[in-house]
Design a protein around this ligand. Structure first.
Ligand SMILES: NC(=O)c1ccc[n+]([C@@H]2O[C@H](COP(=O)([O-])OP(=O)(O)OC[C@H]3O[C@@H](n4cnc5c(N)ncnc54)[C@H](OP(=O)(O)O)[C@@H]3O)[C@@H](O)[C@H]2O)c1
Length: 332
């Protein structure tokens, strides 16, 4: 059957680093699926802090990460496979998929992706919610179950518990039977208690180190200069894993036999995303989407993300969902 794919599409691009206003809504040529790739009709794109860190030039200044300009931001995607390139056998046209792209370019009507970083979209959630999942959930999941192995009865402190990574980390640690301490501002207390935190600390009124102690694992999604106060809540032999840059004194860590792991950015595999789909479809993890913006207004999403105070996830709506036209396949 002849596939009717348009030649041009709408996409968000920036031509220069700068404020959210550098994000332009443009007509550009459609990409095509090369060997080993799929072309995805993007229904929703997830927004992550890395997107504005790239756009603002922070990633360039701080970590020498350069992107080819003009650049389409966004790594998290949920949509429908529109075409498959030569050699792709795992997915077929019409599959509802979610996952991450390797090269950004998710803020667009179509994008290409390596199918080894995609999986079938969880069936219990829509594309908007699914687009909020991949990078944040995978980061939380990898931290709790690959870099460490949290077991029931351990205490996990999540700093930045109400954010994208944090709210997934809270739920995953609870589902594993851990005792969870969530750190956020007071306006997020009810939200985090609903997600199951055993102890809530409002960092705007209470220093974390005054209340928390004997913690097995700290997941620090906030970072910054004051890392040592988080080291002091760990029990001997405990571990701190940052998801972003932070200062943690190695001398302090060594004196108390603590481990501080490096920040690592990895892409989820199909199998890992399928595990995460199961956690979502069995109701053990839910996605909080606090803001949805149309693709054209991506700048508003960046303004909120850059404020550092988004609750859960921010998502760009690319296709208005009325009647889904796809068939759901759930296993390869
Ligand atoms: N290495 C990786 O693979 C990887 C992957 C994903 C993300 N990251 C990085 O990890 C960091 C977190 O990502 P994210 O998506 O979770 O960010 P996010 O969603 O933007 O986090 C926002 C949350 O941070 C909380 N927060 C802000 N200041 C805080 C403070 N001083 N103490 C405690 N909580 C505070 C806010 O809560 P309040 O509003 O209550 O203050 C808000 O809910 C980012 O720097 C991101 O780039 C790294």
């Amino acid at each position: 059957m002849e596939i009717d794919i348009p030649k041009t599409m709408k996409a968000i691009r920036f031509h220069t680093y700068g404020d959210p206003e550098v994000l332009q809504f443009e007509d550009i040529p459609l990409p095509s699926a090369q060997a080993g790739e799929v072309l995805v009709r993007v229904h929703a794109a997830g927004v992550n802090p890395g997107d504005w860190q790239m756009r603002s030039g922070l990633a360039h200044r701080k970590f020498q990460i350069d992107v080819p300009l003009p650049y389409i931001p966004g790594y998290d995607v949920s949509g429908i496979v529109e075409a498959v390139g030569p050699g792709v056998t795992t997915f077929q046209r019409g599959d509802a998929v979610y996952g991450m792209t390797t090269h950004g370019a998710a803020y667009a009507e179509y994008t290409t992706a390596d199918p080894s970083h995609l999986a079938f979209k969880p069936v219990s959630i829509d594309h908007i919610q699914a687009a909020g999942v991949p990078m944040s959930t995978f980061t939380a999941w990898h931290t709790l179950f690959v870099r460490t192995r949290v077991v029931a009865g351990q205490t996990v402190l999540v700093n930045g518990a109400a954010g994208g990574v944090g709210h997934f980390a809270v739920q995953l640690a609870k589902a594993q039977g851990a005792r969870v301490i969530g750190v956020a501002s007071g306006r997020n207390e009810a939200f985090l208690r609903e997600l199951g935190v055993d102890l809530f600390i409002d960092y705007t009124t209470t220093p974390v180190e005054q209340v928390a102690h004997d913690v097995d694992l700290v997941i620090d999604t906030v970072g910054g200069e004051n890392g040592n106060r988080l080291l002091s809540v760990l029990k001997r032999g405990g571990t701190l894993i940052p998801t972003t840059w932070g200062h943690y004194s190695t001398k302090h860590a060594a004196s108390a036999s603590l481990t501080v792991e490096d920040v690592v950015l990895l892409l989820p595999t199909t199998a890992q995303l399928a595990e995460i789909s199961k956690l979502i479809d069995t109701g053990r993890v839910r996605v909080e989407v606090s803001m949805v913006q149309p693709l054209a207004e991506a700048y508003k999403a960046h303004e909120l993300s850059e404020s550092g105070h988004a609750r859960g996830k921010i998502v760009l709506r690319v296709v208005e969902e009325r009647s889904p036209h796809y068939v759901v396949r759930t296993s390869l």
